[in-house]
Design a protein around this ligand. Structure first.
Ligand SMILES: Cc1cc2nc3c(=O)[nH]c(=O)nc-3n(C[C@H](O)[C@H](O)[C@H](O)COP(=O)(O)O)c2cc1C
Length: 377
C-alpha cells in the first residue's frame, strides 16, 4: 500500500476535527491513577488495555497516554507495581486500532537515542502516523538507582533531554552519516532508516512544571500538559494564553492540554459519594505517603497545611483536576476547559473499562451538541 502524506498539523489535530481532544491517561499501570484499595481498581493487564484501546478507538476518543514507571510505589496495593512498557504497549495498541493516537512515555536518560529513534519510527509505521512521544527526564530517584544510572541534578536533566531530542530529530530527518558531538551524547556516522510515516515527525509532548521544564516544553514540544482550573474559565484561559504566548516568542505553535480524574454517576450525590469512598475512605494511604516521601513532601519540608493538601491531591489520582458529577456537570466542565482554549485533556477513571461506556453514552453527546466534539457517525 502506498504511503499517505501527512503533515505535522494533521498529527497535532490527532487526525480529526474535534475541538477538544479527549484521551485516556495512565491505563498501562496497575491502579491507573487512583491510589485506592477498592477491589474494582484497574488491573493494568494487557487484556484489559486491548479491550479499552479498541473501545476508545471505536468511540472516536483521540489519544491514549501511558505513564513511564519502572517500579511500583509500594503501600498496601503496591500502587503502579505492574506496568506495561510504554513503547511496546503503544505499538500493540496501534496495530489493533485504526484512528486513535497512542503515545509512548520515555525517560530520555534510560533509552539510547539511536535505539529510541528506531523504536518510535517502528511504532509510527505500525500506526501509520499515529504515534506520539511524551518525553520525561526523570522524577523518582529510586527508579534510576535500579538501573545503576545516577540521576542528574534537575537543571542538567533537561540539558541532557535537549541533546537527546536533538539527536532523535536528526535521525528522523534526511541527514545521513552525521556525527553528533554533544556534551553528553556523542554519536558517529549515524544513519536511521526508515523515517517516520508520511513525511512528518511524531508529535512530541512534555509536562515539565518547573521553570526549566516549562522552557524545555515550549522549545521542543507540540503539546504541553499543565494544571488548569476546573471552575474558572478566566483562570484557565490565562494559563493557556501564557503558555501559547511564550511559545510564540520563540516562533512555535503549542497546544495546551490538561489532566482530569473523572467520577461520573447518574446523580451529583452518587458521584460525590463514590469519590469520597474511593479517594478518602478507601485510599491506599500507605502508598500515598510513599509517593510524597519520594518527592520529599513532608510537614517538615512544606508545612503541615500544604502537606495535607498534597496528600489529598495525590490520593485522588496523582494530581489533576477532580471532575466529579452527573453528566450535565461533567460535560459543563469539559465545555469550560474548551472555552479556556485548552486543546485537550487526558482523563482517568478508577476502572476505565467499567466507567467509559457511561461517559461515552452520556457526556459525549452533550459535547457533540455544543460543537466541542464532532458528531460521531
Ligand atoms: C500529564 C503528565 C504526565 C507525566 N508522565 C510522567 C511519567 O509517565 N513518568 C515520569 O517519570 N514523569 C511523568 N510526569 C512528570 C513530568 O515529566 C515532570 O517531571 C513533572 O511535571 C515535574 O516537572 P519538572 O521536571 O519541570 O520539575 C508527568 C507529568 C504530567 C503532568
Amino acid at each position: 500500500m502506498s504511503e499517505r502524506k501527512i503533515t505535522l498539523q494533521d498529527r497535532m489535530a490527532l487526525h480529526n476535527g474535534n475541538k477538544l481532544k479527549i484521551g485516556l491517561f495512565g491505563a498501562n499501570c496497575s491502579s491507573g491513577r487512583a491510589v485506592t484499595l477498592v477491589p474494582e481498581r484497574w488491573s493494568g493487564s494487557w487484556h484489559d488495555n486491548l479491550r479499552l484501546g479498541r473501545m476508545a478507538d471505536d468511540a472516536g476518543l483521540d489519544f491514549m497516554l501511558p505513564i513511564g514507571r519502572w517500579k511500583g510505589y509500594g503501600g498496601d496495593t503496591d500502587y503502579q507495581g505492574a506496568t506495561l512498557e510504554t513503547v511496546t504497549w503503544a505499538t500493540g495498541l496501534l496495530a489493533s486500532t485504526k484512528r486513535i493516537t497512542v503515545f509512548g512515555t520515555v525517560h530520555a536518560p534510560l533509552f539510547h537515542p539511536i535505539i529510541a529513534a528506531k523504536q518510535f519510527v517502528t511504532a509510527d509505521r505500525v500506526g501509520e502516523g499515529r504515534f506520539g512521544l511524551n518525553i520525561v527526564v526523570g522524577w523518582n530517584e529510586d527508579e534510576f538507582e535500579m538501573f545503576g544510572v545516577r540521576q542528574r541534578d534537575h537543571e542538567t536533566r533537561y540539558d541532557y533531554g535537549q541533546e537527546w531530542i536533538d539527536a532523535i530529530k536528526m535521525i528522523w530527518s534526511d541527514a545521513e552519516d552525521f556525527d553528533f558531538d554533544g556534551q553528553y551524547i556523542k554519536l558517529k556516522t549515524v544513519r536511521g532508516k526508515p523515517k517516520p510515516y508520511g513525511g512528518s515527525r511524531p508529535i512530541i509532548m512534555n509536562a515539565g512544571a518547573s521553570p526549566t521544564g516549562n522552557a524545555f516544553a515550549i522549545r521542543n514540544c507540540d503539546a504541553f500538559f499543565t494544571q488548569v482550573s476546573r471552575d474558572s474559565v478566566e483562570e484557565s484561559t490565562k494559563i493557556v494564553q501564557n503558555a501559547k504566548a511564550q511559545a510564540k516568542q520563540v516562533g512555535r505553535e503549542l497546544d495546551v492540554y490538561g489532566v482530569g480524574v473523572i467520577t461520573l454517576k447518574p446523580t451529583q450525590r452518587e458521584a460525590e459519594e463514590y469519590y469520597r469512598h474511593c479517594i478518602f475512605e478507601q485510599a491506599d494511604w500507605n502508598a500515598v505517603d510513599r509517593i510524597l516521601a519520594k518527592k520529599k513532601i513532608s510537614p517538615e519540608t512544606v508545612g503541615a497545611e500544604e502537606h495535607q493538601r498534597q496528600r489529598n491531591g495525590f490520593a485522588q489520582g496523582m494530581g489533576g483536576l477532580a471532575i466529579v458529577g452527573d453528566p450535565d456537570r461533567v460535560a459543563q466542565i469539559f465545555i469550560n476547559l474548551s472555552q479556556a482554549g485548552l486543546r485537550g485533556i487526558g482523563v482517568s477513571f478508577v476502572n476505565y473499562l467499567d466507567e467509559l461506556p457511561y461517559f461515552l453514552d452520556e457526556v459525549m453527546p452533550r459535547l457533540e451538541r455544543v460543537g466541542v466534539r464532532e458528531k460521531r457517525s
